[in-house]
Ligand binder design. Structure first.
Ligand code: MN
Length: 188
C-alpha cells in the first residue's frame, strides 16, 4: 500500500496504526511499515523478547500484516500444555526479520531475537468448512500447521475469557518429553 493511499484511510481501518502510535522511529530501530514488504507466502515467526518480562512473540502473516500474540511461558510441543497468549497489535511484515535492542524508555525496551521462523498452513474449519485464518481469529478458534526450525506440526489458538490459549495439537510432531525452549539458540 503506498503512502498516499494509507493517508486516505480512516485510522480505524489501518491495521498498523497502533504499531506506529506506540513507537518513535527516530529512537527505536524497529522497522517502519513501508507498505512495500513482500513475503513468500504464509510466514510465521517467534521472537524471544527479553523485555521487563521475558516472553515469546508469535506472529502469523495474515492479509499483509503479522497477527501477534505474546506468550509469556513460550510455546510447547506437549499437547497437555496450555500456554496463555495475549494478542498484541498487528506488526508489519518487515518485523519478521527484526532482531536487536529496543532502547530503554521505548515501548518493549529490551532485546529481541528470532527464536524460530518458517511457514504455516492454515487448517481452520468451522461447521465442516475451511475458513481463512483471519476469519478463524475473529471467530476465536484457529488451527494451523507450522513448518519451523524448532516448532512443527499442528497448533491451535483458542480465545477464552482470560486470553488466548496456544496448544500443540496431538499429531506425530507432538512431544511430551522434551522442552523445546531449551533450544535457545537464535535461528539467525
Ligand atoms: Mn514482545
Amino acid at each position: 500500500m503506498d503512502e498516499s493511499r494509507r493517508e486516505s484511510l480512516p485510522s480505524d481501518t489501518d491495521p498498523l496504526k497502533k504499531y506506529r502510535d506506540k513507537r518513535n522511529f527516530e529512537i527505536t530501530k524497529e522497522p517502519q511499515p513501508s507498505g512495500e514488504a513482500s513475503s513468500p507466502g504464509q510466514i510465521f515467526i517467534i521472537q524471544k523478547h527479553s523485555s521487563r518480562r521475558l516472553h515469546y512473540d508469535l506472529r502469523l502473516e495474515v492479509d499483509g500484516v503479522l497477527k501477534s500474540f505474546a506468550v509469556p511461558k513460550g510455546p510447547s510441543m506437549n499437547p497437555r500444555d496450555k500456554r496463555l497468549a495475549i494478542q498484541t497489535e498487528d506488526h508489519p511484515l518487515e518485523y519478521a526479520s527484526f532482531q536487536g535492542r529496543i532502547p530503554d524508555g521505548e515501548y518493549g525496551a529490551g532485546t529481541v531475537e528470532i527464536w524460530d521462523r518458517g511457514s504455516y498452513v492454515n487448517m481452520s474449519r468451522k461447521d465442516g468448512k475451511d475458513i481463512s485464518l483471519a476469519q478463524a481469529l475473529e471467530e476465536g478458534h484457529a488451527a494451523f500447521w507450522l513448518e519451523g526450525e524448532k516448532l512443527s506440526g499442528g497448533f491451535a489458538l483458542t480465545r477464552t475469557r482470560q486470553g488466548w490459549l496456544l496448544v500443540k495439537m496431538r499429531d506425530e510432531k507432538a512431544d511430551s518429553e522434551g522442552d523445546v525452549l531449551e533450544r535457545a539458540e537464535p535461528v539467525l
